[in-house]
Ligand binder design. Structure first.
Ligand code: BTN
Length: 249
């Protein structure tokens, strides 16, 4: 519970030392009718990432899933993924790590020309087109983890590696959840906050979606989280859920 973890959080917390996947557990709780709770684990043994990838989740990370039932149409749900990116970026900065957001939801730390990944976010949902039933926002933070223990192809970093000392996970998680709680209740404020931390805007990019590849300047984002790209043949809007890869050109 929140009390056991020592958290004063705006959500009930179900804590596990080890669990296959906090997203899978949160989905099961959603099916049982639960809401407004967080599943939090020290270690995941079957963590899942985007595009059906594995997500390595050794002990020392902050692996959590927020389950809630916003009164919005399905099409608005991407805004909660952006809200999670903003919340975790703010908590990382308060912990002294200068994180930024690569559209749509990669939280990265710059090292010279390279960017290393600090956080992964995986949002799942169910419902009808005109109203979601539940949303699970899964947030995986490489907190007190040695990046050398994570797959190299993910180009990982961690809070402890960036700081040179461990982060107080209790405080970090509390700040993350407070920020996320405020943002989810005020979706209109999410885009402005997101733009503050964006590393993608103003850059030439190539975006790959299942159906097309778009090249041009990333000029802005628009509700609920789509990227606006100025291409040679005009303005293209790419929705966050469609993005398979985004590369700087
Ligand atoms: C990505 O591919 O970048 C998204 C990774 C999301 C990982 C988090 S960790 C907590 C939650 N539980 C999971 O199994 N996945 C998400």
């Amino acid at each position: 519970s929140a009390v056991e973890y020592g958290l004063d959080a705006p959500f009930a917390i179900e804590y596990h030392d080890s669990i296959p996947s906090t997203n899978a557990r949160a989905r099961d709780l959603a099916a049982e009718g639960a809401s407004d709770l967080v599943v939090l684990a020290d270690e995941q043994t079957g963590g899942r990432g985007r595009l059906d990838r594995d997500w390595h989740s050794p002990s020392g990370g902050v692996w959590l899933s927020v389950l809630f039932r916003p009164d919005v149409p399905m099409a608005h749900a991407p805004v909660f993924t952006l809200a999670a990116a903003v919340a975790v970026t703010r908590a990382a900065r308060e912990a002294g790590v200068e994180a930024g957001i690569k559209w749509p939801n990669d939280v990265l730390v710059r090292h010279g020309d390279a960017e290393r990944k600090l956080v992964g976010i995986l949002t799942e949902m169910e419902g009808e087109a005109d109203r979601v039933s539940w949303v699970v926002v899964g947030i995986g933070v490489n907190a007190n983890v040695d990046p050398g223990d994570l797959p190299e192809e993910a180009n990982p970093t961690s809070l402890s590696a960036e700081r040179g000392e461990p982060v107080d996970r209790r405080l970090f998680t509390q700040r993350l959840l407070e920020e996320f709680d405020a943002l989810r209740q005020d979706p209109e404020s999410v885009l402005d906050a997101w733009r503050e931390y964006a590393t993608t805007l103003g850059k030439q990019v190539r975006v790959e979606t299942p159906s097309r590849t778009i090249e041009g300047e990333a000029v802005d984002i628009q509700f609920p989280g789509s990227l606006v790209v100025e291409t040679e043949s005009g303005t293209e809007i790419v929705s966050a859920g469609d993005c398979e890869h985004l590369r700087p050109l």
